[in-house]
Design a protein around this ligand. Structure first.
Ligand SMILES: [Cu+2]
Length: 185
């Protein structure tokens, strides 16, 4: 499996290279460097997959994904709580990266999705763009987002179903801070 190691490394790098730049332009230069090689790496990754017939995640790559999801939490000036988009449509068996961003200037949100957490295989959770692991955080125990915090969660969907991602603060959930997650075949 000598050549395969290189292929998996390339696959992981390609996935990272697809990370969108930070929305307020404070992304570290590493993203720009990666982006220059992105097309080449994606081509190499595609070739690896053709040759090996295996997704890179099966080699134990924690931060692998094929689809990026983005959910923004916000508290507007009129006090309305939001989580956007309201619906996420996922496919069973796929690899995802979910970005959670708290745009509330003052409020902390602890996002939960216990049933969804039981229906996936989570492989990694960390802040971005800093990439600091968050030990103990999960959809079951809660994902703590201080004002301005950004967290990325890597997982594979396993079971079909309809799930809810919501803020632990019941008032926030009732105010609209809730996202429906549909997992289908
Ligand atoms: Cu909240």
């Amino acid at each position: 499996m000598g050549p395969a190691v290189g292929c998996f490394d390339s696959a992981a790098s390609a996935a990272r290279a697809e990370t969108p730049p930070d929305m307020d332009n404070r992304a570290p230069p590493i993203y720009e460097e990666k982006a220059m090689n992105a097309h080449f790496k994606i081509a190499v990754t595609a070739l690896c997959w053709l040759l090996l017939g295996l997704p890179a995640a099966q080699a134990g790559e924690k931060f692998f994904y094929t689809t990026n999801l983005h959910v923004e939490l916000d508290t507007s000036e009129d006090g309305v709580l939001r989580a956007l988009p309201k619906d996420l449509k996922l496919k069973a068996g796929e690899y995802y990266r979910l970005e959670l961003v708290n745009f509330s200037p003052e409020q902390r949100h602890v996002m939960m999705a216990p049933e969804f957490g039981d229906a996936i295989l989570m492989t990694g959770i960390r802040t971005y763009p800093q990439r600091v692991a968050i030990p103990g955080a999960s959809f079951g125990k809660g994902i703590n987002l201080a004002p301005g915090a950004r967290v990325e969660i890597y997982f594979q969907t396993t079971k079909e179903g309809r799930y809810k991602l919501f803020c632990e603060d019941r008032g926030h959930t009732l105010g609209g801070m809730e996202v429906a997650i549909d997992v289908r075949r």
